[in-house]
Design a protein. Structure first.
Length: 436
């Protein structure tokens, strides 16, 4: 029979042994999470130059050292990812996605799409987007908080995908771009985020915050793919936009405004909204206002190609195609003006209007319409991270940030189309794609 007095001692020994084993396992895991990445070149988006023979040390998902090969010390048992012949860049960031939407869900076909459909599509789209080299995205509009669920599933490791900042449902005016306008009054269908006063908008901001949104997306003007409105028409008053921006910022949330029309763009800038999406009809005064106030412009200038080539096939309304014919080239011309004037630009593509995974196709359009390749890459890295408020975590290959990297064969500063087909993707030090 065991002496009761010895039981606590035996139990303590077993606990200590268990803790020692756990400590050893943790130490092993830490060592296993040390990764050294080497390549032929690195695009340093902060310094604006190419570094030859770089080495990047990643520990527990974050970068702890960056330097020339031979100058970065790694533990003997660190896992080495050697990428000879390749050029490293920071993981790319798309600031305007709709991850739980599909390009075929247009017009009246969209009425048959359920919340479950959207959630499932989001899982597939997240993986495709990550495989395209976009290790972070900002999702600006999703019904029923499906983007919140997707973000949480990715963060918990349940499904693969990019890091996400999400808005939840769009906020807007009755009958506006962010409302449900396809059905007659008998059905009583109204957009989740619809409100029609400053206090109503404050309540909606608090509502999306309550259910997990990181930011607010608001529709300041009409749109191209919505029924019965004009892209140029302002749909929210200055007072409503002011209330949205003030409340969101008080809650620590940034605000993105869908704004095609000139007046709505300026009203959103005056309100202190952080990013203007589309900015299609921005004029010289609007560009100067954006420059003076430090407002970011996210102009989706690839979309025009897809909408005009494929829109009719995927069910876009005839009126939407007509609106795009009128606005697409004007947007590109105004993009060129904004770039020339030195406005702050981010990489926003409106993914979900076109197929997810084709996010990289906008780089070539940005260069065609006035950017240098470095400026276009910075829009999708350094600038995007700053605009999203996550520059401490992503947007550059720098100490302290996540080990999110992509690699291409060749020089993306000479041929930016290399970013349309990225063979190597690393997220948090883990190689998630290697198709060299």
């Amino acid at each position: 029979m065991t002496n009761r007095a010895t039981r606590p001692i035996g139990l303590a020994r077993r606990l200590l042994a268990g803790l020692s084993l756990a400590a050893l396992m943790a130490a092993g895991a830490a060592q296993a999470d040390t990764v050294l990445v080497t390549a032929d070149h690195l695009v340093d988006v902060l310094a604006g130059k190419v570094v030859d023979r770089p080495a990047v040390l990643i520990v527990d998902g974050r970068i702890t050292a960056v330097g020339a090969q031979g100058t970065v010390t790694a533990p003997a048992d660190a896992h080495t990812v050697a990428l000879p012949g390749l050029t490293l860049l920071p993981g790319l960031i798309d600031m305007h996605t709709h991850m739980t939407s599909q390009p075929t869900w247009n017009g009246y076909e969209s009425l048959g799409v359920t919340t479950a459909d959207k959630a499932i599509a989001g899982v597939a789209n997240a993986k495709v987007t990550l495989m395209a080299g976009f290790t972070a995205v900002r999702n600006v509009g999703a019904d029923a908080f499906t983007d919140v669920a997707l973000r949480n599933a990715i963060d918990s490791g349940l499904v693969p995908g990019p890091r996400m900042k999400v808005s939840g449902p769009l906020l807007g005016a009755t009958g506006g771009h962010c409302d449900e306008n396809l059905l007659p009054a008998d059905y009583g269908r109204v957009g989740e985020g619809v409100a029609d006063s400053p206090w109503g908008m404050v309540q909606k901001v608090r509502w999306v915050k309550k259910f997990g949104a990181d930011l607010v997306k608001v529709c300041a003007t009409g749109g191209v793919l919505s029924k019965g409105d004009s892209p140029g028409a302002q749909q929210l008053s200055q007072e409503e936009l002011d209330a949205i921006a003030k409340e969101a910022h008080a809650l620590g949330m940034k605000v993105a405004a869908h704004a095609h029309g000139t007046d709505g763009i300026k009203a959103a800038i005056r309100a202190g909204i952080d990013t203007i999406e589309h900015a299609s009809l921005i004029d010289d005064e609007g560009i100067e206002m954006a420059k003076k106030r430090g407002t970011w412009l996210g102009m989706d200038i690839y979309n025009d190609d897809y909408i005009l080539a494929e829109g009719a096939k995927v069910g876009m309304l005839p009126e939407s195609l007509e609106k795009e014919r009128k606005i697409g080239r004007v947007q590109r011309e105004n993009f060129a003006k904004a770039v020339k004037a030195g406005a702050k630009m981010i990489y926003s593509t409106d993914a979900g209007v076109y197929p997810h995974g084709d996010n990289g196709k906008q780089f070539a359009k940005m260069v065609q319409w006035g950017m240098t390749p470095l400026e276009a890459i910075r829009a999708a890295t350094r600038n995007a991270a700053e605009a999203m408020g996550t520059a401490q975590d992503i947007g550059a290959v720098a100490v302290g940030r996540y080990g999110d990297l992509v690699a291409v064969k060749g020089d993306p500063l000479a041929d930016v189309t290399l970013l349309e087909h990225i063979p190597v993707v690393i997220k948090g030090g883990e190689v998630v794609k290697d198709q060299r």
